[in-house]
Design a protein around this ligand. Structure first.
Ligand SMILES: [Zn+2]
Length: 292
């Protein structure tokens, strides 16, 4: 297995464009780093969402049941931040790539809905989303505004947001700590990972299991792996390209370059970039907990 080429800034975008141009099926996997340029904090960096919080105290299924006051205060704050967030250059570039017919799917750990807001059509959300509210008592989904309205109005002591249909507790439709990932989304993501020949990680530290298993699955199926992230990840050694840089800048550059290439015919693209190297990197990904 060839060692990863690690590049910065502009040359990173160009190198990435070369990989995309040579690929038959590209799947992108995004994490919090894809949304930081929209003003949304990531989780574990010094400025991250978990600074000063224990995620288990505020964003777990236990918190919702045992300390709903802290739980809903945390999500009220997250929802108000999200209200002002707009897609950034990274989201727009990926939507453009899909429109060009060069991106099969975006698999995301993010719950902010910014890929869809940018125009991406095939988005697989592994951790649910903050566009909807779900109910602890029935299977119905509601627009998040139904929950936001109840969180903003003054409520009596111990009064919780209630489902308009059954009166059960209303909650954001995200996967909380202590909850399993949605099976259908995981299955679809796994299918995309094993069916692609270029798996591109954007803005994920690949620490969160089991989502971080997707790049391994792609590698095992013979795909190439490329990583755009500010920080090192445990799979850098298994990637054919690692770009250290801002997701927006790198992707904008890469997609502009791809756009300048002649459009591709039915399933035929430029050859010459070689097949995937199937090897798995040495360092394993630690079994780590989720983060939303
Ligand atoms: Zn209900």
């Amino acid at each position: 297995m060839a060692g990863a080429a690690s590049v910065q800034g502009r040359s990173g975008g160009a190198a990435l464009a070369g990989l995309i141009a040579g690929a038959r099926a590209v799947v992108v996997f995004t994490g919090a780093g894809a949304s930081t340029e929209s003003g949304l904090p990531d989780f574990r960096s010094p400025q991250g969402l978990w600074r000063g919080f224990d995620p288990f105290q505020v964003a777990s299924i236990w918190a919702l049941r045992r300390d709903p006051g802290a739980f809903f205060a945390f999500y009220r704050e997250r929802l108000s931040r999200l209200g002002g967030a707009r897609p950034n250059a990274a989201h727009r570039a990926l939507a453009r790539l899909e429109a060009l017919g060069r991106l099969r799917a975006v698999v995301t750990q993010n719950v902010d809905g910014l890929h869809q807001a940018a125009g991406s059509r095939r988005v697989i959300e592994l951790h649910g989303n903050l566009r909807q509210a779900s109910c602890l008592g029935c299977p119905r989904l509601f627009p998040i505004s139904v929950l936001e309205y109840q969180l903003q109005r003054p409520s009596g002591p111990g009064e919780l947001p209630a489902c308009p249909a059954c009166g059960g507790v209303l909650r954001p439709n995200v996967v909380l700590f202590g909850e399993p990932l949605p099976e259908a989304a995981l299955r679809e993501a796994a299918r995309e990972a094993s069916g692609c020949d270029l798996f591109l990680v954007v803005g994920s530290s690949l620490q969160v299991w089991p989502a971080a298993g997707l790049p391994l699955q792609a590698l095992a199926s013979g795909a190439r792996l490329a990583i755009v992230n500010q920080e090192p990840t445990p799979l850098d050694g298994a990637a054919c390209l690692v770009v250290r840089g801002q997701a927006g800048e790198v992707l904008e550059e890469a997609v502009a370059e791809v756009e300048g290439l002649p459009s591709r015919g039915q399933g035929r693209g430029p050859e010459g970039l070689g097949g995937g190297s199937g090897g798995l990197g040495g360092g394993g990904v630690g079994g780590s907990r989720g983060g939303r």
